[in-house]
Design a protein around this ligand. Structure first.
Ligand SMILES: Nc1ncnc2c1ncn2[C@@H]1O[C@H](COP(=O)(O)OP(=O)(O)OP(=O)(O)O)[C@@H](O)[C@H]1O
Ligand SMILES: [Mg+2]
Length: 511
């Protein structure tokens, strides 16, 4: 075979990568390769090692063993600037933009040229360069727009523009769609297709199998820090990927068998009458029954989170009336709600629900106790028992319940906070996007647990942007649009089409 027939080396090859942390081997001898113009999905359960592998590629962490080659040449990626010089851009799940600076400054921040931003002439040149980059990612806004005014989707596009400005040939996206609307996700997928056509290699991490199947040319699966295998686009199926991820077939149905909504006793638990939340155009009324799972569907910004915060006393209600088990309920602060047995597991769990430098056990018991309650001293044994039970139930990956939460993977951090709320026995449990960032195996466990709680008579208000989840879990679904209640669906009428119609603000056609 002559030299010209030898296949060119892949754009990227990582071989035998091992990374150890105290008590945890995050990666053992993992290999991965990527070709130019390829979208590679990287999947695995929470704690499988995806983010760690990508942090190593982005220069943010150093491997203990292993080799990285770009176009066949070994490289050492000591630090983020070095990785950038090699054409690698890592877009973190928590976006890293400076909110008070405008888009152009953000794009060139940290590049060699950022100093020249002070020179007005150079600034004009940068600004037109930024405008060209924004057009390339399909963002039709001025480069002078301050970043804090952008939506999550627009920030994602700015991050991609930033990667392109640094001439990245490898772009890594770690769970990019977890805070995007459906429309923004569509836009992102179009740009990924364009980048692929331009010959850029993309590594895409996601827990959403539908996205993975739609986007990826190839899928690399990790399990417990080990490489399990690759699947090509043609051989990949939802169940096949999941079986490789979890190492067993998920035999149990994803959603437990639903009871008929009509089988619930007509025993109102929460009765909300004309509740007007600050800034909302009209009052909202609904009744949730004892033991009911009442879903709340709507687009991001449709007012679901504000409504839940009002029920939890975290946001003032301007007018209206709430009855909790027949008695007036007007929470003015969170402590009022908790005292009456109304709990909320918030959407942004990192900000509201976790103390990162503290242990799994302390996080399971502490935040609400310290902030909202005076239950006296802490019962260490009870704390350990609950933390251990929750870690087991949700299969949280941690060397022990004494591990600091900051050292857990993203999804396992989510499990810790969620575990804390699931361990309580409130009257009303509000769950805002409970499974965001959580892997498929653990999702099934969480769903089963929510059903058990409802079976014990706890009323669950479930806010979710995951259509499958909201239909699979809810007895009835309240649909909101622009902070108004557009309809309540149940039984036969609880379909994806009917929800989508109401969510877009259109009238419900089929009566
Ligand atoms: N700084 C650290 N110290 C100790 N352990 C760590 C550290 N960073 C990661 N780990 C551990 O390494 C393992 C892999 O974590 P990683 O964040 O790579 O998982 P992941 O696949 O990205 O999971 P997720 O889907 O939840 O984001 C986990 O067990 C995690 O707890
Ligand atoms: Mg991760």
């Amino acid at each position: 075979m002559s030299a010209s027939e030898a296949p060119p080396p892949p754009l990227l090859a990582m071989r035998g990568i091992t990374k150890r942390f105290p008590g945890v081997t995050a990666l053992s001898e993992v290999s991965l390769h990527l070709r130019a113009g390829e979208v590679l999905a990287l999947v695995g359960e929470n704690g499988a090692g995806k983010s760690t592998l990508m942090k190593i590629l982005g220069g943010a962490q150093q491997p203990d063993e292993g080799e990285i080659c770009i176009e066949g040449r070994p490289v050492s990626l000591h630090g983020v600037p070095e990785a950038k010089r090699q054409g690698i851009a890592l877009i973190h799940q928590e976006l890293m933009l400076a909110p008070n600076l405008d888009i152009a400054s953000n794009i060139f921040l940290g590049s060699e040229r950022s100093g020249s931003m002070l020179n007005p002439l150079r600034r004009r040149a940068m600004s037109s360069k930024a405008a060209a980059l924004l057009r390339r990612v399909g963002l039709n806004i001025s480069p002078q727009t301050p970043v804090f005014t952008l939506t999550a989707g627009q920030m994602q596009m700015v991050e991609i523009a930033k990667a392109l400005s640094a001439n990245a040939r490898i772009i890594i996206m770690d769970e990019p769609t977890s805070s995007l609307t459906a429309g923004e996700s569509e836009r992102l997928f179009e740009i990924i297709h364009q980048l692929r056509t331009d010959g850029i290699g993309i590594i895409y991490i996601s827990h959403r199998m539908a996205e993975v199947l739609a986007l990826a040319d190839r899928i690399t699966v990790l399990r417990d820090g080990h490489y399990v295998g690759d699947l090509s686009r043609t051989e990949a199926t939802h169940d096949g990927i999941v079986a490789m991820m979890v190492g067993r077939a998920l035999v149990n149905a994803y959603f437990p068998e639903k009871r008929a909504a009509s089988s619930l006793a007509p025993d109102p638990s929460l009765d909300v009458r004309d509740l007007v939340v600050e800034g909302a155009p009209a009052g909202v009324s609904f009744t949730a029954l004892r033991g009911e799972i009442l879903g709340f569907a709507g687009l991001i910004g449709s007012g679901r989170t504000e409504l839940m915060e009002a029920l939890f006393g975290a946001k003032p209600a301007r007018a209206g009336k709430i009855l909790l088990e027949g008695k007036p309920f007007a929470p003015r602060k969170v402590a009022d709600a908790i005292r009456r047995g109304v709990y909320l597991a918030p959407e942004d769990r990192k900000r509201h629900g976790l103390v990162l430098p503290m242990s799994v056990a302390s996080n399971t018991s502490l935040p609400d106790v310290a902030n909202y309650n005076r239950w006296g001293w802490l019962d260490r044994q009870r704390e350990r028992r609950i933390a251990e039970a929750e870690v087991k139930l949700l299969r949280t990956k941690t060397p022990s319940i004494r591990q600091k939460v900051v050292n857990l993977s993203g999804g396992n951090q989510q499990k810790v906070v969620l575990g804390k709320w699931l361990a309580m026995s409130p009257k009303v449990l509000i769950l805002d996007e409970p499974t965001r960032g959580i892997d498929v195996g653990a999702k099934a466990e969480i769903y089963r647990h929510i059903f058990t709680l409802a079976g014990q008579g706890i009323t669950i208000l479930l806010v979710s942007s995951d259509m499958e989840e909201i239909i699979g879990m809810s007895d009835r679904v309240v649909v909101m649009h622009e902070r108004r209640l557009k309809g309540v669906l149940t039984g036969e009428s609880l379909t994806q089409e009917r929800i989508a119609t109401l969510m877009m603000g259109r009238a419900d056609i089929a009566a």
